[in-house]
Design a protein around this ligand. Structure first.
Ligand SMILES: *Cc1c(COP(=O)(O)O)cnc(C)c1O
Length: 404
């Protein structure tokens, strides 16, 4: 028996111990330039990599982490991910994932009704969820064009390109949402993509447009989980879509790669993107071949927290974003792009010369930048329920107060 394939409790405990160490003096990359002919052993490899993997990582759970859509993850997902890695189930085959496949079905069944959908499957991200949805649209509705706002995620353009579909962009209004007045009257050959929580601005497109085109896809990669919260009505209309994409590795606090593509008529949509193979007992649905059991970590989180536990955390993030936006709005030296709709605060100093100085003074990981209609803005994203906006506001004050 090769011990490398068995449980090494001491080694695994050591790995866990490393996680609570302080890495203030973190080590950079210290690796051989070429593939080592001889191994150093698993324990030595673990100990040698820990300072760079753990110490060199962005700290998404820090109180100052408020820049991106990448949340910290709850510990239960770490434990389940460890199990997943050890079991290596392949959800392609029922034979290599008898229970994990059922768990994916169950977690999809738990979530789909909140979006008015009746099923779907998991993908490693919304990039692939969007591609899968538009692939189904092409097969089921015969669409030849994808139409989306200028604020749509680049994965929509990518999907249209891959699928050989024409791609048309519609201007956005002053708050970053698709301007419905600019839509062509005839959408009978189109997949209309509405974004629920634009990546740059957090804006929600008018979801009452769902159902007007041959196929409506709602890209709810970011803001979809609001459906589980008291803010569900912000996404009213989503239930009239034909498909929905949600990234669970954003506002459902999952490790990457975890996302869902949901359909109104799953049997039809899945049939359109399924391929049978000579060696496959069941058809292969969607873009992926072999893939892992990301569903089990999501299922565990939902079981542990319930809908309310998810809602509380997202609602707290929404409060953080509102607090920051009120601070920006109250300071004459700062401009707010628009009231944050889905936890994304976009702002800048009125004096453009201060832009870089402020950005450089703010704690690392606290603030990102984005360009909307040619104008550069600072951007904060409330993906981390443990963020402390007082720290951020104090840092902004400090940067503004400093004499140039
Ligand atoms: C993040 C995002 C995507 C892409 O999702 P991934 O999970 O990163 O592949 C698509 N659309 C929107 C609106 C997003 O915010």
């Amino acid at each position: 028996m090769d011990k490398e394939f068995a449980v090494d409790s001491d080694g695994l405990h050591e790995a866990v111990d490393w996680m609570s160490r302080d890495f203030t003096a973190s080590k950079g990359l210290d690796l051989p330039m070429e593939l080592p002919p001889l191994g150093i052993g698993s324990r030595a490899a673990l100990n040698s990599l820990a300072p760079s993997i753990l110490g060199g990582a962005a700290r998404l759970g820090e109180p100052t982490s408020f820049a991106h859509m990448d949340p910290p993850t709850p510990w239960i997902t770490w434990a389940i991910t460890l199990w997943n890695a050890s079991l290596n189930q392949n959800l392609l085959h029922p034979a290599t994932s008898p229970v994990a496949r059922q768990m994916e079905e169950r977690v999809v069944a738990w979530l789909a009704p909140w979006f008015g959908m009746n099923g779907g499957h998991m993908t490693p991200g919304s990039t692939l969820a969007n591609l899968t949805a538009l692939w189904s649209a092409r097969e089921c509705a015969g669409i030849t064009q994808v139409i989306a706002s200028e604020g749509a995620h680049l994965s929509i353009a990518k999907a249209a390109h891959l699928l050989g579909l024409d791609y048309r962009r519609v201007p956005v209004n002053a708050s970053g949402a698709l301007d419905a007045a600019q839509l062509p009257a005839n959408l009978s050959h189109c997949a209309l993509v509405l974004t629920a929580g634009a990546t740059s601005t957090g804006a929600i497109d008018p979801l009452d447009l769902a159902g007007r085109a041959a196929w409506t896809h709602v890209d709810a990669a970011w803001a979809g989980p609001l459906r589980l919260s008291k803010y569900a009505d912000l996404l009213a209309g989503i239930e009239s879509a034909d498909s929905v994409a949600i990234s669970a590795h954003k506002w459902l606090f999952q490790p990457k790669e975890s996302a869902l593509v949901l359909f109104k008529d799953t049997a039809k949509a899945h049939a359109a993107v399924s391929f049978g193979g000579t060696y496959l007992a069941t058809p292969n649905v969607g873009v992926l071949g072999s893939h892992g059991a990301a569903a089990t970590a999501l299922l565990a989180t939902l079981l542990a927290w319930g809908r309310e536990g998810v809602a509380q955390r997202i609602e707290h993030c929404m409060d953080l974003a509102r607090g920051l936006s009120e601070f920006v709005a109250a300071d004459k030296r700062l401009a707010l792009y628009a009231l944050p709709q889905t936890g994304i605060v976009v702002w800048r100093p009125e004096d453009g010369r201060l832009f870089d100085r402020i950005l450089n003074q703010l704690p690392a990981g606290s603030t990102s930048t984005t360009t909307v209609s040619g104008v550069k803005w600072l951007r904060n994203v409330a993906a981390n329920p443990g963020a402390d906006i007082d720290l951020l506001m104090a840092a902004i004050q400090g940067a503004l107060a400093e004499r140039s």
